[in-house]
Design a protein around this ligand. Structure first.
Ligand SMILES: Cc1ncc(COP(=O)(O)O)c(C=O)c1O
Length: 404
């Protein structure tokens, strides 16, 4: 693939075995079987941009890895990235650094709500959303997405009802949405904005997938919609998904409101969360400075993978359904024509098809009979996995007809 006269090869398979990869090296522990092709946890089987590995190798060659500072060039790279790729102008003071998006969400829940408060989420949704709420003695309030005209949509009537309850203090938004792959349109976000303003509910917006958006769709930063909501929102972002540096544990939180920022910083101090990973900092800075062409090429490859998946499912996995994701590198496979029990589907995928996907049941009860597949792999791996599922479904069908 050529972008800006540079060639990127996303087809080349690079073994990740024995690299300490959760996706490839923990199969026995996670799935109870080593003999499976993994397309589950959300990292990519592609090398990060060369500029990132060069920078990290350069720094690693100096053998002292003591405490590090955050240079102003890091802030600048984030500010410029957000302006260039998302048209969002932010101030340096709004940025807080953190060791990951999930810890940052948890921290913000602690800072901006009280035990017993309700926090609204939109399932099926990224499983740690449930845990960050429940583990901190807040209540999960569900505003389930609805499947309409072959698209997952927000149920605004129900959202209005949930937001109007004064017990519910925060809305935790997943934008773009994992696992359904929606890139929320500006008018959808505006409706959320108006309701949250009306009921004075703060929005925690997880935008970790914001750079991974396909042609014809545009990510709108929720906090960029207007000043009042900007003050009422906290945005979570990272270079981790975009440039495949999730193992470096570095992310940032953007909090325009001084009061809310002080509350979140207060919790950071309490938890002594004021140090950041040296390599995560370097990778983020260089990726934002030099990763544009690589990301554009990656997006083309991922979108082609999404097309391959949709075509394969339509023509060869009869009865299974999938929507082409608008963003993220995740797709949500609907196996309900064959399985309604989450455990049975899991068993079938691992032991008959021999593929490792994320079980839909972990994304909320709405995910029963679904599985999430990670498309950020070489096309040959994706096709191998789909072919394994095809063969397993044929076997299942032949066994069913035998028993008739
Ligand atoms: C929506 C969403 N938020 C957060 C994360 C994880 O973020 P982190 O590893 O920075 O905690 C993921 C990873 O898959 C995700 O999909």
């Amino acid at each position: 693939m050529i972008k800006n006269n540079i060639t990127f090869d996303f087809d080349q398979r690079i073994s990740r075995h024995a690299t300490g990869s959760v996706k490839w090296d923990a199969l026995g522990k996670v799935f109870g079987s080593e003999d499976i092709l993994p397309l589950w946890i959300a990292d990519m089987d592609f090398p990060s941009p060369e500029a990132v590995s060069t920078k990290l190798n350069e720094r690693a060659s100096h053998p002292i890895y003591g405490y590090n500072t955050q240079e102003s060039s890091l802030y600048q790279s984030i500010i410029e990235w957000l302006k260039r790729r998302h048209g969002w102008e932010i101030e340096k003071d709004w940025i807080l650094f953190a060791p990951g998006v999930v810890p940052s969400i948890t921290l913000s829940i602690l800072a901006l709500s009280e035990p017993g408060d309700g926090i609204i989420i939109q399932p099926p949704v990224y499983p740690p959303f449930f845990d960050s709420i429940k583990d901190n003695n807040r209540e999960v309030v569900e505003n389930p997405l609805v499947f309409k005209d072959s698209l997952y949509e927000i149920d605004f009537e129900d959202l209005d009802k949930k937001l109007s309850n004064p017990k519910n203090k925060l809305l935790l938004l997943c934008s773009p949405h994992n696992p359904v792959g929606r890139v929320w349109r500006e008018e959808e976000l505006r409706k959320i904005y108006e309701l949250c303003q009306k009921y004075k509910v703060d929005v925690l917006s997880d935008e970790i997938h914001s750079d991974l958006v396909f042609d014809g769709h545009k990510h709108t930063v929720f906090a960029s919609l207007g000043t009042p909501i900007c003050k009422q929102s906290v945005t979570f972002m990272a270079a981790s998904k975009t440039f495949n540096v999730a193992g470096l544990n570095f992310s940032f939180i953007i909090v325009p409101c001084k009061r809310r920022r002080a509350l979140i910083e207060g919790w950071m101090h309490r938890l002594h969360m004021n140090r950041n990973n040296l390599f995560g900092v370097l990778a983020t800075e260089v990726a934002y400075q030099e990763g544009n062409a690589w990301l554009d090429a990656l997006l083309s490859y991922l979108e082609e993978n999404a097309d391959v998946l949709v075509d394969f499912v339509k023509t060869r996995l009869i009865g299974v359904k999938v929507n082409k994701p608008e963003g993220t590198y995740l797709a949500w496979l609907d196996f309900r024509a064959y399985f309604t029990d989450a455990k049975e589907l899991e068993h079938f995928l691992v032991h008959t098809a021999k593929v490792g996907l994320n079980s839909g049941g972990n994304f909320g009860i709405q995910g029963k009979g679904f599985a999430r597949i990670n498309l950020a792999t070489q096309r040959s791996v994706l096709l191998e996995a789909l072919t394994r599922i095809e063969k397993a479904l044929k076997l299942k069908l032949s066994e069913t007809t035998k028993h008739l």
